[in-house]
Ligand binder design. Structure first.
Ligand code: C2E
Ligand code: CA
Length: 271
């Protein structure tokens, strides 16, 4: 079905903005795939990505998402959307493809997109069995000028040794660790430690799954760099990103989607 879905253009991509937690500017968008199934309706990636992984279809799906995201970034550039990067999720299987980095380079060439506008998100799972071949792919991606983001940090296998070998540009704190950050001291201690670790290793730190103002207050106090979550914006269709930016311009300094003036004032007056 997935194979047919690709051919019949049932897959589509939404984009979720990331926000600079100090200025409220949009700093990037994450590409998230969806499936509009003719009978089952709209399916979330959580319901089909695992199947795509086990069936091997993830290679084709991942490649399609990458190409879509690059094309979309070029469309935004043409209509004057500021040059923030687009972030694309990678499955571990894709990294095992011997020609993966060449394939990415070909997509960049075909779409005309510059490498610094692409960031690839990898989970810890992708680095569990790091072979020479994977190291080679990662270093080729680095040579192309593509930045790597460590996704869902701390949710995989508690092995930190890969942080010594690979240079990630940023790390993402997963939603699960963010949930109790403003209410539970143990959660706060963990997130504070991750932010500190990220910064000391020269990485930007992104917090995912921000749904409440008190999480933003905590993150700003802890100097977390960027945030992503329903409080700012859900993943949205690509045409809505320019709208969001237009909205930004009129509502600075914390121009975040679905944020009312009252919310913004509350944020501005937070210590
Ligand atoms: P992820 O990479 O951790 O992406 C973040 C997920 O959290 C997204 O779910 C996003 O919609 C959701 N999210 C963002 N902010 C909030 C929030 O404030 N509250 C809550 N409750 N959720 C929030 P989504 O779009 O359903 O994607 C689920 C997962 O599917 C992604 O998790 C990623 O692992 C995978 N995925 C999505 N697109 C792709 C893709 O193109 N390739 C691969 N390999 N995986 C993908
Ligand atoms: Ca991600």
């Amino acid at each position: 079905m997935l194979q047919a879905a690709l051919a019949q253009q049932e897959l589509f991509v939404e984009y979720q903005p990331l926000i600079d937690l100090q200025t409220g500017e949009i700093t990037a968008t994450e590409a998230l795939v969806r499936w509009q199934h003719p009978h089952l309706g709209r399916l979330s990636p959580a319901s089909f990505i695992p199947c795509a992984e086990s069936s091997g279809q993830i290679t084709a799906v991942g490649h399609w998402v990458l190409e879509q995201a690059c094309q979309q970034r070029m469309t935004w550039t043409r209509i004057g959307v500021p040059l923030f990067p687009v972030m694309v999720n990678l499955s571990p299987t894709q990294l095992h493809e011997p020609a993966f980095a060449d394939l990415v380079r070909a997509v960049l060439e075909r779409t005309g997109m510059s490498a610094d506008l692409l960031q690839l998100e990898l989970t810890e799972g992708a680095l569990l069995q790091t072979t020479k071949a994977i190291e080679h792919q990662l270093s080729k991606l680095g040579d192309l000028g593509i930045r790597l983001v460590l996704d869902d940090f701390g949710m995989g296998h508690a092995s930190l040794h890969y942080l010594r070998s690979f240079h990630f540009h940023k790390l993402k704190i997963p939603r699960e660790l963010m949930e109790g950050v403003a209410t539970h001291e143990r959660d706060a201690v963990i997130v504070r430690a991750i932010i500190d670790l990220g910064h000391k290793l020269d990485m930007g730190v992104i917090a995912e799954g921000i749904e409440a103002l008190d999480q933003v207050t905590f993150l700003r106090k802890e100097s977390c760099d960027e945030g992503q979550g329903y409080l700012f914006s859900r993943p949205i269709g690509p045409a809505r990103i320019p709208e969001l930016i237009a909205q930004d311009r009129s509502t600075r300094p914390l121009p975040i989607a679905r944020t009312t003036t009252a919310t913004q004032q509350a944020l501005d007056t937070q210590p």
